[in-house]
Design a protein around this ligand. Structure first.
Ligand code: DSN
Length: 419
């Protein structure tokens, strides 16, 4: 592997090999990460990276677009089928880019967005004060009514929406383990004349694999997403429009020329391949297994009376309050589990009193483990190892855990077609 890099750049080669080994021997539980197929990787390394293709299929600013048009059209058509969208833009370079372009397509400076509170599961690009978006648009928040069940306060949301008249009602999350009541979001948006947008980045694969509801079935206008999380495609973004041609035109204009230059065609080819993979029946099995595996982990934490935000999970991730449950901070828990070969991330919990760099929680999930063929038995064991390490925290326990993690990882190698 990487024979040319090995010959030409020993330093980069050493880092690549280190990362390959880390991914093979450890357990990846960051819920937004996954392993992509070899076909997706080949596309990412293809000659399409050499090509400029500003514009859209059939309407480009440069010549020589016979094959780029073919590739982008394939990606669009497959995404439409996967998500039941009438229009799709596959050019956003990432999820943040997709969200930024979406705001600029739909809003004027000073307009209001009603989105999920960040410590209740929302995302940086949903209006975190550290982002420049907040200098241009006004972001208001809704929260969970009950952090122990995850129930959103829809009555309050309706009240606030009527008062502030947002242009966008934004659903979606990066740290929320439950399904949302899409019907309620859409009905509130329609009542106040807002556009309904769902950021499906985390659960795109679950929706594509029909293991989670599709917000378009409930009337959402737009969905934004990344393509590299549960959807198991290349790092990138995408915007889907249910049916409005007018919205689609605005979105296309905002992505290019509004925000981006030449699309990354190698990445778009990889998206097309990943979407074809997600259309296969085997992907449905994969999506279902992600949830079964998370449920198996949930059972272990319940047994140990550990506090999971919202009481557990209906999707691919769990948010665990390690501060209350084990008397350890999120940052220390992340570091401790890393030593045991379990990679996950520290995460703020609802209304966290601790700081973002050392919050009360950790966030983890099963998409990558499921790609490796982990089933309920193995994910149960992973959760048990986590409890042991978080409870005892001594070197002997961590060392023993590291050995077992390595055994588990090596007995469930990354499948050949994903290497
Ligand atoms: N970094 C991604 C996540 O982990 O959820 C999204 O920002």
């Amino acid at each position: 592997m990487y024979e040319h890099i090995e010959r030409e750049d020993a330093e980069v080669y050493a880092a690549l090999i280190g990362e390959e080994k880390r991914q093979a021997e450890g357990l990846e539980l960051i819920p937004s990460e996954n392993y992509v197929s070899r076909a997706v990787k080949e596309a990412m390394a293809s000659s399409l990276t050499n090509k400029y293709a500003e514009g859209y299929p059939g309407k480009r600013y440069y010549g020589g677009q016979e094959f780029t048009d073919a590739v982008e059209t394939l990606a669009i058509e497959r995404a439409k089928k996967l998500f039941k969208a009438k229009y799709v833009n596959v050019q956003p370079l990432g999820g943040a880019n997709a969200n930024i372009a979406m705001y600029f397509a739909l809003l004027e400076p000073g307009d209001t967005v009603l989105g999920m509170d960040l410590s209740h599961g929302g995302h940086l690009t949903h209006g975190h004060p550290v982002t420049y978006l907040t200098k241009i648009f006004n972001f208001e928040r809704y929260k969970m009514k009950n952090v122990e069940t995850g129930e959103i306060d829809y009555a309050e949301m309706r009240k606030v929406a009527k008062k502030i008249k947002p242009k966008i009602i934004l659903a979606g999350f990066s740290a929320y383990p439950r399904e949302l009541d899409y019907k309620k979001f859409v009905s509130i948006a329609r009542e106040v004349g807002a556009i309904s947008v769902m950021d499906i980045a985390h659960i795109a694969g679950l929706i594509a694999g029909k293991a989670a509801k599709n917000p378009f079935d409930y009337g959402f206008d737009i969905m934004t997403t990344t393509t590299h999380k549960t959807l198991r495609g290349p790092r990138g973004g995408m915007i889907l429009i249910r049916e409005s041609e007018e919205l689609a035109k605005k979105i296309n204009k905002a992505v290019f020329p509004g925000f981006q230059g030449g699309p990354h065609m190698h990445q778009i080819a990889a998206k097309a391949i990943a979407f074809a993979e997600a259309l296969r029946p085997s992907f449905k099995k994969y999506a279902k297994q992600i949830i079964l595996n998370t449920k198996a982990m949930e059972k272990v934490f319940k047994k140990h009376k550990a506090r999971m935000l919202t009481g557990g999970s209906d999707n691919h991730l769990i948010l665990l309050d390690v501060w209350t449950s084990f008397g350890i901070s999120g940052a220390d828990a992340e570091a401790l589990l890393d030593r045991a070969g379990i990679t996950l991330n520290k995460n703020a919990i609802a209304d966290d009193t601790r700081k973002p760099m050392d919050p009360s929680g950790i966030r983890f999930g099963t998409p990558a483990l499921t790609t490796r063929g982990f089933k309920q038995r193995e994910t149960t064991r992973v959760a048990e190892i986590m409890v042991e390490v978080l409870t005892k925290r001594d070197d002997k326990t961590v060392k023993r855990a590291r050995q077992e993690v390595k055994r588990l990882a090596l007995s469930h190698p990354i499948p050949e077609s994903f290497l």
